[in-house]
Design a protein around this ligand. Structure first.
Ligand SMILES: C[S@@+](CC[C@H](N)C(=O)[O-])C[C@H]1O[C@@H](n2cnc3c(N)ncnc32)[C@H](O)[C@@H]1O
Length: 306
């Protein structure tokens, strides 16, 4: 069974209420969506989005008891404003983004997300995405590949790994790629497989994940009603940095450099930070779901513009 990360913290943080409207931008197997619908009974509504049609199939089954309080659409969360408008919604009372991939996707060998399972090097969240991980690995130039591994995987051995990839091409499966990386940079680092960063980097590049996070944050704040909350769970430092910096900036009234005595930027805070420091999984959650270990939850609340 798929377990939602920081479930209790997300539901307590969003404070769903009957009659409220909520968006789950990353519905996945529908765990957080279930909690939001349950605690906004009897009249709260939820719009659930996911790029992955197979995730929505699972969510539809899990959430069927909520009937017409649930609206599910296959779409990227960057489309949330349009989709909300399509179903007749204006401002909403809460939005959750649980970034990255689900354990359902990770465990499905045919999706090619995991080096643990032999499968094609695919890694797309939806089949409409024009490139696969195999396209990048086998068609990317050395500079392109090194850039991807360094920027999206923070992999310091990027150049060495790329050299090995070029020598081994074509590489068509997850375990072929994992073996090439492991042979280049050695065995496990602690309990982290040496190919972890390479796989993360390729997945982010294939799905344009960081661009999507950068785009969705201002859109989501724009869609919130005053008092509405945005909760974001990130799983690696690249994502968390984007979320943290955006929240800090939007919670400040003036962004002028300190030497500027009089404000010229006229920036006004649009949110207040509910979590000054990110929430992380409890000991109990870490024990029962070790995959939650890198999760960080940040929450902001929309305020009235001064
Ligand atoms: C960590 S899972 C969400 C799990 C969910 N919160 C739950 O409790 O079951 C992340 C989901 O986000 C989806 N996803 C990733 N990028 C997306 C995007 N740009 N737009 C919509 N969904 C996206 C993935 O397909 C995946 O199903």
């Amino acid at each position: 069974m798929h377990v939602s990360v920081l479930y209790k913290e997300v539901i307590e943080g969003l404070q769903p209420k009957s009659g409220g409207r909520y968006i789950d931008g990353t519905t996945g197997a529908g765990g957080h969506a279930f909690g939001i619908l349950e605690s906004s009974s009897p009249k709260g509504e939820l719009l659930g989005l996911d790029r992955d049609p197979s995730a929505l199939k699972v969510a539809r089954e899990r959430l069927k008891e909520f009937g017409d309080r649930l609206h599910l659409r296959q779409a990227s969360y960057v489309e949330m404003e349009n989709v909300a408008r399509e179903i007749g919604w204006g401002a909403v009372n809460g939005i959750i983004l649980d970034l990255g991939l689900s354990s359902l996707q990770l465990e499905d060998a045919a999706r090619g997300f995991a080096f643990k399972h032999e499968g094609p090097l695919d890694m797309r969240f939806d089949s409409a995405t024009p490139i696969t991980a195999a396209d990048l690995v086998n068609g990317g130039s050395p500079d392109e590949l090194a850039d991807i591994l360094f920027k999206f995987g923070e992999e310091h051995n990027a150049r060495r790994i790329v050299k090995a990839i070029l020598k081994a091409r074509p590489i068509n499966t997850t375990q072929q790629l994992a073996a090439v990386v492991a042979a280049t940079v050695g065995g496990k680092r602690g309990d982290v497989h040496p190919a972890t960063r390479t796989f993360q980097a390729l997945r982010i590049a294939v799905n344009g994940e960081l661009d999507a996070v950068e785009k969705v944050l201002p859109l989501a704040v724009g869609l919130l009603a005053v008092g509405g909350r945005l909760a974001v769970i990130s799983f690696h430092s690249l994502e968390d940095r984007l979320v943290k910096n955006f929240f800090r900036r939007e919670a400040r009234d003036c962004l002028c450099p300190p030497e500027q005595v009089v404000c010229v930027c006229r920036h006004k805070a649009s949110v207040k930070e509910i979590t000054r420091k990110p929430m992380t999984p409890s000991e109990g959650e870490l024990r029962s779901n070790p995959r939650s270990r890198s999760a960080k939850l940040r929450i902001v609340e929309k305020i009235l513009l001064a």
